[in-house]
Design a protein around this ligand. Structure first.
Ligand code: GAL
Length: 947
């Protein structure tokens, strides 16, 4: 006996060692893309009402969600797609749909995704992350509702560890996205339009957004980062760990490190303080975006259990009531724009690289500040902001201090507080209660919630009035934000000279790109900056009001880009706005040049409007606008001087020119010397198409996307400003078209189709690489009567972003069984069980084994299932992975097949063709004195696949 016991001990020790080795070898944190492999159904899926008692009972149980939310729903005919996805932009326009949403029906959609989890990962913590879903989203995992998120602009982080199945069994994620719900009065898109992730990590880990690292300036170049790290332990043992935070400078050199011990209870979380000091860091500014990396590790016995990195920057900000805004002590006027989040061709499902393009266009325009109106942007956008150098007003969507909504505000602050680019938290935009005590009390609470998470930035609210009443929202914020209200700027400042003040929104002027005549009946608005909304101002008036008042910190033009919806002052057939400085593609309107010469000071700039193609208007006066940031401008037509003017930096310069075809040229002078020159020329008719890619190459990662400018050239190779050719695209090779646009607010063309008309000479095609894309993307553009254009954009093979493969060919598992009491007599397989009887028969799912000690030899198991359509046509089979004992299988009251041996074995029985739900009864007969039952999983599989 003794030696045997010893052996057992040894064996146990060896097993334990093995377990430890496994635990140590387990990888740390993995953040895997979950963008690929979704199934999509447009429209709601409503299940028939539940009426029976048994069904009601079952429906109320964990894991039993029915219909498309459940595990076994037949989605075999759903569409396959990858994220990001906006279904609203795919649909046609409808004059009866909501004007604010751009006449785009939105509706309800369902997504499903399958995944398999390696048994080696058992014990790790699994979190699903959805960066945003429009608009109300409910998420189920394996039939359990795991999250409800009622904002289309914030992320959900969902711990799915408890519900997971490991090994061959498939896990089901189901999402119902209700985009009937609206949170805005602009185009909001529909569906899973941002990224999705699966994060696997140690049960002892840093929670998502759990590192608070916001630098603070001290004296004499001494800075501190009072780092706080929030940890969580979902494991089965308490943990004693060390939290180590290391700071790396922009060159990757370590500049600070500190470790702090922490103890974590089981299923408990804890926040650890790790204060750090850094002397003379390289400051972050708009020109030098020095970013420091903060690496946080959780260590146990020297092994890293978890590791997470984020970046931050060292900079000071200050809003002064008299002088406006200072960055690192240097005064800076906020030259800002408000932007929504949709782009031509893709709706709100904007690839990260198209965001880079959009921000690059804003940089070229001279923008230094962005208000993401009226919601927090995608996280990748804020990373770009920090890298490219912009200041951001980060805005909360829903104004409501009740607990559910306060969580949305807190999420934004927690996620974004490490970004040096963020300089203001905005709690709302234009709320009717803003002038009242109610508004004040609501903001007071929301502002306090923000301060509790980050007291390094001021809180603002974008008020369109109401700031002059006795008690209002302005009393509860640090910086007063005024939307429009120019006539009240001075009045407010006089009454409150100690309160910092900025325009939070201004302008709202109208312009259709490339149009220089207003034609009301065609919803076209000229680009001379004459027209603005009643509550707004022209671009020039708005900026003059801001620029000439030192106490106004700056402005945020409504808007940087056109967006779908809100086609003010028009309605149908206009489907997108005309407020933008640029159109929906990022093509400049005339407002672009007005602002560029006002905002860019470090180099001479000069522009002329309009184009010079006015055939039929020979001899008639054309109004010419010259925009320049120099001292004087001279205009010449075909080499003949039309006179000089002193530059008016706010109003711009105007000339009336009798039209003659040829070359209209403007020269800019400083100190009497020519410093800038530009011209517009009368072109000939279009003869050829041209494709101009935005960048020289693409990364073959399935995400990289690039806008290509499409235009028409005359025989001399000059772009024809009024060309309106109908262009057809063919895209081949390592990528595909993901949409196109032309900036025409009245266009109803399909944004995903093969053709697009040029609007005032331009269109944009967006191509994206395939996953593992390589070689090149070839684009051919053709149009009747024009020479075609062809470009080949090289695609560089790059390592794949780690991702979760979609589980293939999901099977129907028969999981929920009733088990009749055991007996010594063979039971009637079709015996009745009353619908209200929840208890005489037991409940189970495989493995369902009755031990040898059980008296009865016969066991009856009952379940029902619906086979997926592709297997209900006679090509499927019922696959029992293992039955111990002899068995009879009855389907819908008829004997389907038998197992004649007692030994544990698989059993496959052909599934007769037929639709709908089927009832299955299995009698298992035990070998005398032996255990018996349905031991392995029961599934409906294709016949050929079954082993
Ligand atoms: C503002 C509002 C914006 C937009 C704009 C149009 O009042 O904040 O979202 O609607 O008007 O002028």
């Amino acid at each position: 006996m003794k030696p045997l016991m010893l052996n057992w001990r040894r064996l146990c020790a060896a097993v334990l060692l093995l377990a430890c080795a496994c635990a140590q070898a387990a990888p740390g944190r993995e953040r895997l893309s979950l963008d690929r492999g979704w199934l999509f159904h447009l429209g709601d899926i409503v299940e028939p009402p539940i009426k029976g008692h048994g069904e009601s009972y079952g429906n109320a149980k964990a894991g039993n969600a029915g219909g498309a939310a459940g595990n076994e729903f037949d989605d075999s005919d759903w569409r396959h797609l990858d994220l990001p996805h906006d279904w609203a932009v795919e649909g046609p326009f409808d004059p009866n749909a909501n004007v604010s949403q751009g006449y785009r029906p939105r509706g309800i959609g369902w997504y499903r995704r399958y995944l398999q989890v390696d048994p080696k990962d058992r014990g790790r913590h699994f979190e699903l992350q959805f960066d945003a879903i429009a608009t109300h989203a409910t998420v189920w995992v394996n039939g359990n509702v795991v999250n409800r998120n009622w904002s289309g602009y914030n992320a959900s982080y969902i711990d799915i560890t408890p519900y997971l199945r490991y090994g061959g069994e498939t896990n089901t994620i189901a999402i119902r996205a209700d985009a009937e719900a609206m949170e805005g009065w602009w185009y909001e898109g529909a569906g899973m339009y941002r990224h999705a992730w699966l994060v696997k990590r140690n049960p002892v880990h840093v929670v998502t957004d759990g590192v608070h690292a916001t630098p603070r300036a001290g004296k004499n170049g001494q800075w501190t980062i009072p780092v706080e790290v929030t940890l969580d332990n979902s494991g089965k043992q308490a943990a004693a760990v060390t939290v180590e935070v290391t700071v790396f400078d922009p060159a990757g050199k370590q500049v600070a490190r500190r470790s702090v011990a922490a103890r974590l209870g089981v299923l408990a979380s804890s926040t650890v303080q790790v204060p750090l000091s850094i002397a003379n860091p390289a400051l972050w500014s708009l020109e030098k975006t020095n970013l420091y990396r903060i690496a946080t590790r959780v260590l146990q016995d020297g092994e890293a259990l978890d590791e997470v990195s984020l970046h931050t920057g060292f900079r000071t900000i200050r809003f002064d009531a008299a002088q406006g805004f200072f960055l690192n002590g240097v005064h800076m006027k906020l030259q800002g724009v408000c932007i929504h989040q949709d782009h031509a061709g893709v709706g709100v499902a904007v690839p990260d690289s198209v965001w880079e393009y959009r921000l690059r266009r804003l940089k070229e325009l001279g923008v230094n500040a962005i208000r993401f109106s009226h919601n927090a942007p995608a996280p990748e956008v804020l990373d770009l902001i920090d890298r490219m150098g912009f200041l951001v007003m980060d805005e909360n969507r829903n104004f409501n201090p009740s607990p559910d909504y306060m969580k949305q505000l807190e999420w934004m602050v927690k996620r974004d507080r490490h970004h040096p680019g963020v300089i203001l938290w905005s709690v709302f935009n234009e709320e009717p209660v803003q002038a009242t005590e109610v508004g004040y009390e609501m903001v007071r609470r929301m502002s306090a919630a923000v301060k509790a998470l980050d007291d390094t930035r001021p809180v603002t609210a974008a008020m369109n009035g109401g700031f002059l009443t006795e008690l209002n929202v302005s009393h509860a914020v640090d910086v007063v934000g005024a939307n429009y209200q120019v006539p009240d700027y001075d009045r407010y400042h006089k009454a409150h000279p100690d309160k910092p003040f900025t325009s939070s929104e201004d302008t709202s002027a109208f312009m259709t790109r490339g149009e220089f005549k207003t034609v009301r009946e065609k919803n076209l608005i000229a680009s001379y900056d004459d027209d603005a909304a009643e509550w707004g101002n022209t671009h020039r008036d708005a900026w003059e009001a801001i620029a000439t008042r030192p106490y106004v910190a700056g402005g945020f033009v409504w808007t940087g880009f056109d967006y779908r919806g809100e086609p003010t002052p028009n309605e149908w057939p206009s489907v997108s706005s005309v407020f933008g400085i640029m159109d929906l593609n990022g093509f400049p309107k005339n407002a672009y040049y007005i602002h560029q010469v006002q905002w860019i000071k470090d180099r001479p700039l000069i522009h002329i409007a309009p184009h010079w193609n006015w055939s039929g208007s020979e001899g008639k006066d054309i109004r010419v606008m010259v925009m320049a940031n120099v001292e004087r401008v001279e205009l010449l037509l075909n080499g003949r001087s039309l006179g000089e003017q002193k530059v008016d930096p706010y109003r711009m310069n105007f000339f009336n020119v009798a039209y003659a075809p040829g070359k209209l040229e403007a020269i800019g002078y400083r100190g009497g010397k020519e410093v800038a020159r530009t011209s517009v020329e009368t072109t000939g008719a279009a003869v050829a198409l041209e494709l101009v890619p935005d960048r020289a190459q693409l990364a073959g990662d399935g995400r990289d996307a690039m806008p290509i400018t499409v235009r028409a050239l005359d025989a001399q190779g000059r772009a024809v400003p009024l060309a309106d050719a109908q262009v057809t695209f063919a895209v081949k090779g390592g990528g595909r078209s993901i949409g196109h646009g032309n900036g025409d607010p009245n266009s109803h063309e399909d944004e995903k189709g093969a053709t697009r008309r040029l609007f005032n000479g331009l269109a944009q095609l967006i191509v994206q690489t395939d996953y593992a894309g390589k070689d090149a993307i070839d684009v051919v553009a053709t149009a009747p009567g024009l020479a075609p254009a062809h470009i080949s954009i090289p695609v560089k093979a790059v390592p794949e972003q780690p991702y979760v493969a979609a589980a293939e060919a999901p099977l129907t598992f028969v999981r929920s069984w009733r088990i009749a009491p055991d007996g010594d007599q063979r039971p009637d397989p079709n015996q009745q069980l009353a619908g209200f009887d929840m208890n005489t028969w037991g409940w189970g799912s495989p493995p369902m084994i009755a031990g040898a000690e059980k008296p009865g030899r016969y066991h009856l198991y009952r379940a029902s299932f619906t086979a997926r359509k592709n297997l209900a046509d006679g090509s499927g089979q019922i696959h029992f992975a293992g039955i111990r004992g002899k068995a009879e299988v009855w389907l819908n009251g008829k004997l389907l097949g038998q197992k004649d041996s007692y030994a544990l074995a698989a059993l496959d029985l052909p599934l007769p063709a037929g639709p709908g739900k089927r009832d299955i009864n299995v009698i298992v007969e035990a070998e005398p004195g032996q255990a018996s039952g349905i031991e392995g999983a029961v599934s409906i599989t294709p016949r050929l696949l079954a082993k």
